[in-house]
Design a binder for this molecule. Structure first.
Ligand SMILES: *Cc1c(COP(=O)(O)O)cnc(C)c1O
Length: 702
């Protein structure tokens, strides 16, 4: 990845985690974590919230909205540094008491407002600084998040800045036309268009809108000319250019000659000639480009604006009535807080971005003595990401819990004795070699077992010994500045699995589809050391339904530091982990059941852009509950509750009629009753559960 060299990265990592550097003597903690010393991180004398801040990098990605309070809870300051804050953990508990179960998508409308304010302030500042002769009129690309409450808020918050909307399809145009009511704001019409789209957009001028129809395909020029003739309205037109400046990373192919959208330079010239011939060249007023989303390097942004500025001035020279330059999206979000050109980050600020756009356009126009255009940007990600937080609970964990092995005696098979000897010998000098030995002995055990020379019990012992070796080696590895390649996976192999009450496919589809990173962390217990390392497994029956890449200062990390689940204080005590049944693979014991632990809440942050609408119904897990929260002088207010899908609703999406389903079950129960296969009480319970489920949330309730 385009960051530091690995050697530097390795060295830095050890600095970054003071807990790895100096093993301090174990001290007390009372939670269940202490039962498995081999896999716990070395205990620091006292874990502080500052340690959590550093570990989860919350200041890097969260400022100024998210931080940690003295109670060890995540707090939200929706108005940034300008207003109060609220305790996210307490908020979730309060919402649960209102029967709003997890997973919960919590939207903070104040954050949305703050993002709009910031973007406009940055452009205003740049315009003043460079003495730019035009204005900024931003638009929000609807595709980023079309939820009604959000779009309505956007329009309302954007009024002071004449902030507009961008539509990329006919349905989005429908939303924009009916929702946008800010005089002077722009309605940018992108995407593939047919006659109806163009006519509707052009007619919207009569309603007081300022629709700009952006030609994305050369065929649309004729459609626009015909529509103008037919309805007798001169549309405002734009062209989308395919720049040769290429984006980088995931969306790098949005630009360049082979990009899906936009006109090549020869096509732009052709469009100009066609419009001139139709006596409509004065309609062409805007130049647009979009080189992709999450452009993490400022150099790429500069290169694009430089090229576009030249095309702009050339179009003016050819006689088009140029007024607007629309720089599209691409303004990044620093998901990992590293301030680098890594794909999950960005190496520039919003102000740098605005400065570069303003400065480049000004320079190009001044050179040609042209009036400076109104600057338009279509930032979606940068506006919508921060406002929503997804909170979900952990249902249970599966942990690798080796206990200290018992010494074998002379009658035990050689392979067991060898493994034990290896275990005993592990130290800082030989741990890498010991790992290879242990691996080899374990394979040997499996092979001997295959020939019938090792009992099932002995094979289980061999595997347990192997995991005990791994645990001991891992402890040493964690204290090293440099991890040998062949031991890099050890952390992953030994990680706990945290089962989360969530569908990744529904709530974080980009994490599954394109390995996008979102900051994830516990929202409470942050004054406690997270002694486990785990990956997250979701509710779906799909092995892809997991999260096993997390933000890190350099690149990514494959396990996340998490807390051991606390047994519920008022329930039966948990059996000691040594008494839990050992499966054949020996190392895994699902150590907590669903109800036996205190709630443990995780938050996924910065996921307000693209995730909701791209989410799908895999395994029929539906939309989550979504809550809109607004800060008030006294606290907060719940503005809207958008209940998540019920089972009935998701079944309806796949054409099942709930009443038919109930009727079907009722008939079968009746028949079973007739044939004495079920009791009346059982049949009643079954039907009652079935019917109640249909109107319930698709997620598990805790
Ligand atoms: C998706 C898209 C955007 C939004 O891009 P962000 O990087 O999210 O700001 C803007 N303009 C167009 C044309 C798009 O397709």
């Amino acid at each position: 990845m385009p960051r530091q060299s690995t050697v530097a990265a390795q060295a830095d990592k050890s600095v970054e985690s003071p807990k790895d550097a100096a093993p301090l003597p174990e001290t007390q903690t009372s939670d269940a974590a202490q039962q498995t010393p081999a896999l716990e991180l070395q205990s620091k004398s006292r874990w502080t919230i500052e340690d959590s801040e550093e570990l989860y990098r919350i200041n890097g990605w969260g400022e100024p909205y998210f931080s940690i309070n003295a109670a060890g809870h995540v707090t939200v300051s929706p108005q940034g540094d300008r207003g109060g804050s609220l305790d996210l953990y307490e908020l979730v508990n309060a919402l649960k008491q209102r029967n709003l179960g997890l997973p919960l998508l919590i939207r903070f409308s104040d954050i949305l407002e703050d993002r709009i304010e910031r973007l406009n302030a940055c452009f205003a500042k740049a315009i003043a600084r460079y003495n730019y002769g035009g204005v900024y009129r931003g638009v929000f690309p609807t595709k980023c998040n079309q939820q009604r409450h959000l779009i309505e808020d956007l329009v309302r918050f954007g009024k002071p800045h004449q902030f507009g909307l961008e539509a990329g399809s006919k349905p989005e145009l429908m939303i924009a036309l009916a929702t946008l009511d800010t005089p002077g704001s722009l309605l940018i019409c992108n995407g593939y268009k047919d006659r109806e789209y163009i006519e509707t957009a052009a007619l919207a001028q009569r309603l007081g809108h300022t629709p700009i129809i952006v030609i994305e395909q050369i065929e649309e020029v004729d459609l626009a000319i015909e529509a103008a003739r037919k309805i007798g309205i001169k549309p405002i037109l734009g062209v989308r250019a395919k720049l040769s400046a290429k984006g980088i990373g995931r969306w790098g192919t949005s630009a360049g000659d082979r990009a899906k959208f936009g006109l090549t330079v020869p096509e732009i010239i052709r469009a100009v000639e066609q419009l001139r011939a139709a006596d409509m060249l004065d309609c062409l007023q805007l130049l647009h480009y979009h080189i992709g989303s999450q452009i993490s390097a400022i150099t790429v942004i500069k290169e694009a604006i430089r090229e576009a500025s030249q095309i702009y001035v050339e179009l003016a020279r050819l006689g088009a009535n140029m007024n607007y330059l629309d720089v599209g999206g691409g303004l990044s979000v620093d998901y990992d807080g590293s301030k680098t050109n890594f794909y999950a980050s960005k190496n520039y600020s919003m102000q740098n971005y605005a400065n570069d756009v303003v400065a480049e356009v000004k320079e190009a126009c001044e050179e040609r003595k042209l009036p400076m255009p109104t600057l338009v940007s279509e930032s979606g990600r940068a506006i919508a990401s921060h406002q929503s937080v997804l909170v979900f609970d952990v249902l249970g964990t599966s942990d690798v819990l080796p206990n200290v092995p018992e010494p074998p005696d002379d009658k035990d098979p050689l392979v067991i004795r060898n493994l034990y000897e290896t275990y005993q010998s592990i130290n800082v000098e030989n741990y890498q070699e010991a790992y290879h030995d242990a691996t080899q002995f374990k394979e040997e055990a499996v092979s001997i077992f295959g020939f019938g020379y090792l009992s099932l019990t002995d094979r289980a012992r061999a595997e347990r010994l192997f995991w005990a070796c791994c645990a001991k080696i891992l402890e040493i590895v964690r204290q090293q500045d440099y991890v040998p390649d062949d031991l890099e996976d050890l952390e992953k192999i030994m990680a706990s699995i945290y089962y989360i009450n969530l569908s990744v496919f529904q709530s974080a589809p980009d994490s599954w589809a394109i390995d996008q990173l979102f900051p994830i962390m516990p929202i409470h217990r942050l004054d406690e050391e997270p002694t486990r390392r785990g990956t997250l497994a979701d509710l779906t029956c799909d092995s892809d339904g997991k999260i096993d890449q997390f933000i890190d200062l350099r690149d990514v990390k494959y396990v996340l530091e998490l807390h051991a689940l606390k047994p519920k204080s008022n329930s039966e005590p948990q059996p000691p982990e040594s008494q839990l049944p050992k499966t054949l693979s020996s190392q895994v014991a699902v150590s907590h059941s669903q109800s036996a632990h205190e709630p443990y809440y995780l938050g996924m942050f910065l996921n307000g852009a693209y995730q909701e609408i791209m989410g799908n119904l895999h395994n029929l897990f539906g939309d989550t509950n979504a809550i809109h929260i607004k800060l008030t002088p006294k606290g907060y207010q719940i503005e809207h509750v958008v209940k998540g899908d019920t089972m009935k609703e998701v079944l309806g999406y796949v054409q099942y009629d709930s009443e038919d389903l109930v009727e079907n079950i009722r008939r079968r129960a009746e028949q079973a009753l007739q044939e004495n296969r079920i009791t009346l009480a059982e049949a009643q319970l079954l039907l009652q559960n079935y019917e109640q489920s249909l109107s319930r949330y698709t997620y598990l309730s805790s």
